[in-house]
Design a protein around this ligand. Sequence first.
Ligand SMILES: [Zn+2]
Length: 234
Amino acid sequence: MTKIIQFSTIGALMAGHVQGERDFAKLSCGCNFGLGCSANLNGELTIYDGTAYEATAGQSLETLDYEEKVPFIQLTNFNPEHEYVVEHVNHKNIEACLKRFIQAQNIFIAVSLQGVFEQIIFRRPYSLADGEERNVDELAETQKVDTFHQIEGRLIGFWTPELFGRVSVPGFHFHFLDESKQISGHVLEFYMNYAQLSFQEKQTIEITNPKSNSYKKMNIDVNMLDEMIQKIEK
Ligand SMILES: [Zn+2]
């Protein structure tokens, strides 16, 4: 599959449309790889081998039920066309590293890095109690950031061209899943001595917008949105 299947946009999510609206099962057919978040931004989702893992601060890693409704997700069938062993790779040089192998600036790419992480820093949101509310800014301020050393696992994510920066996080967006499938989250920083880099160009992106009235009547300030995407997702 050369297609990314996506529900909603990072723009709508950051503008506050965080309610779960689409069944994970309806979206996931044939897809083994991806990322997203669960309803009300209660967890970071990482899809690996067709299973969605939900990472929430203070809770053990859960798998997401197929009937669960999600506010934002990006899925694909990952069949890497390219695999390379790369050395001394981190969150700062990964862009240059990828661009050694592919002209990336205007295309979507599904990307995975696998191996032992000398260090990885990632974040997970706390779950919202019933009846409690928070905006995206409040959520960003209260997420739990963790650092692990010498941990085996993989990054799962996408490279999005700047041109599509309101559809998806521009540049890299990576989630982490450890080898034992117990630890996961949205990646902030990482460093690996050796990594297996694999990637696949995705020529098509299929976006389904939310159907709800709350989405249709949203007023989205796109300039403010760009700042938020940079601040919260990068
Ligand atoms: Zn994320």
